[in-house]
Write a protein that binds this ligand. Sequence first.
Ligand code: ATP
Length: 138
Amino acid sequence: MADSFHISVITPKHTFFDQDARMLVVEAEDGQLGILPGHEPMVVSMIEGTLRIQLLDGSWREAAASSGFATVLPDEVDVMLQTAEWPEDIDENRAREAARIARERLRQQKSMQEYHLARTMLARAMVRLRITSRGHNN
Ligand code: ATP
């Protein structure tokens, strides 16, 4: 079986990643999911979390990812995300401020919709902060 497959990660703003790689780990609704070449076809719903890619040289890259979908085929995975950032592109102060605002909104508890928006805003900010605090490469 092939030991690599094509991974593309796109957001409404740009093509974030478009290369052959060895493995992909995404944050699915029921936990982290590792995807290897040859995987049976499926669609994965992704939540805010880390996206980890093992490159052809065996090294790993980690990114902050928001919600989205991954379409998995044996030789290709296409990931569509609202946002994605490498650690070096994350503005830590902005994420800290976003977390503060989200917590404030959660405290105010205006409506269910606002509660859910604030919760995902907080989740995005926490993922960004977690990734920057781990350093730029894993
Ligand atoms: P914030 O929560 O900071 O107000 P936002 O919720 O408006 O951000 P998103 O919708 O998560 O932002 O993302 C909008 C765009 O800004 C995306 O392109 C995303 O990659 C980028 N972005 C958001 N927060 C950061 C950050 N802390 N550092 C770098 N880029 C960011």
